[in-house]
Design a protein around this ligand. Structure first.
Ligand code: EPS
Length: 384
């Protein structure tokens, strides 16, 4: 399964085309739109989200609410485009009073992108580099989630750290964790930490600054055997890390104990194997559900670090690329903190990667064939 996405942040809209999605899966537009709504939320978002109400228009690959097995095209309209028709016109002349951007923001794609693609106006870079494009992978992930649900696989993301504030009081139950995260403005399941996190975002806003943090994604219900150790590019841990690192502003991914594993002796890292009532069991999950790049039947647990957004209302020093004079970086309307939104993006990205691995494992032409193959596979696993 693969996808392509396209669209500028203030252009007419965003598009995602998915190829290789199985047929006959009942899917709902409401479900996809709900994921897009979740992506728009979160304390610390900027003014843009008041303009947009993201929803999908599906123009191929679905008939009577079921996937056809053909390419699925989903479009998300940029409502803000009506305010940018002259500045972002697809054809026609550049307006005479157009304000071009020459001062790259440290941390953004601005400088490298302008040099790489020979653009004078940095807007030609930032429009596509914008995290607005994450709406496309969320729409794709929303289809993946609906597929995973058919196999009892659920994906949940929550914020565990924001700036220097760490969530500590987390429930053991995954349902409780999800309910609390969904009810939280920062998607944090620890109410005490949430209040402190909101204070950090307010502080950033007051100071013309931004904050990032860490979110965790948990996948429950994965069968043993997704991914493979046979080739580097088939390892599921590598595929998850690569997909998550491709989200804007993500600077780190760890699986299970992650970097902490490097500080311990092996006996304090690996999860002893037991066997009871017909299945293999682990009392701990330091591996984060992945051994050798293959799921081992435990929860897949991934932690993802997001840097603070690079647009600062109190900008850092930069260079005017026209004059080469030292000037402050340009200011582009942005968010103070997009970590809660990024956690929703991460949830959908992980759903996409897991669905891709499941299709690969079971053969992905139709839902029925996948279900038959899943049953047979489960029977084989139960005999081991
Ligand atoms: C975003 C829309 C953008 C940004 C943000 C993500 O809207 P605008 O630029 O019109 O305010 O708020 O983009 C970034 C944070 C970025 O780094 O580019 C969205 O819909 O998520």
């Amino acid at each position: 399964m693969r996808y392509l996405s396209a669209g500028e942040s203030h252009g007419p809209g965003l598009t995602v085309v998915i190829d290789g999605f199985p047929s006959n899966l009942p899917v709902s537009k409401e479900y996809i739109d709900e994921q897009l709504r979740r992506r728009q939320m979160g304390y610390g978002r900027g003014f843009r989200q008041r303009i947009e109400t993201d929803t999908v228009e599906v123009t191929s690959g679905i008939r009577f609410g079921r996937t056809l097995g053909t390419p699925i095209t989903m479009n998300v309209v940029n409502r803000d485009f009506k305010n940018w028709t002259d500045r972002m016109a697809v054809f026609g002349e550049k307006p005479e009073d157009l304000k071009e951007i020459y001062r790259p923001r440290p941390g953004h794609a601005d400088l490298a992108g302008a040099i790489k693609y020979d653009h004078e106006d940095i807007r030609n870079v930032l429009e596509r580099a914008s995290a607005r494009n994450t709406a496309t992978i969320v729409a794709a992930g929303a289809l993946a989630k609906q597929l995973l649900e058919q196999f009892g696989i659920e994906v949940t993301a929550h914020v565990v750290e924001l700036c220097d504030v760490v969530a500590k009081d987390l429930p053991d139950s995954l349902d409780e964790l999800r309910a609390r995260a969904d009810a939280s403005e920062v998607r944090c399941a620890d109410a005490g930490a949430e209040a402190e996190m909101i204070r950090r975002i307010d502080e950033a806003k007051e100071n013309g600054d931004t904050v990032g943090g860490i979110f965790e994604v948990i996948v429950r219900g994965c069968p043993i055997g997704l991914g493979s150790y046979a080739m580097p590019d088939r390892k599921l841990d590598g595929r998850l890390a690569g997909a998550l690192m491709s989200i804007q502003a993500i600077k780190g991914v760890e699986i299970g104990l992650g970097f902490e594993a490097a500080r311990r002796f092996g006996s304090k890292v690996h999860d002893p194997i037991a066997y009871a009532n017909g299945s293999y069991l682990r009392a701990t999950n330091g591996a984060g559900g992945l051994e050798g790049g293959v799921t081992n039947g435990e929860d897949v647990v991934v932690r993802v670090a997001m840097k603070p957004i690079s647009t600062l209302y109190k900008p850092l020093p930069s260079v005017n690329m026209k004059t080469k004079e030292t000037e402050l970086a340009a200011i582009e309307r942005s968010d103070y903190c997009a970590l809660p939104a990024a956690s929703v993006v991460g949830e959908n990205v992980v759903a996409w990667v897991i669905a891709d691995a499941l299709i690969e494992k079971l053969g992905g032409d139709s839902l029925e064939q996948m279900q038959d193959n899943y049953e047979k596979y489960r029977e084989r696993v139960a005999k081991r």
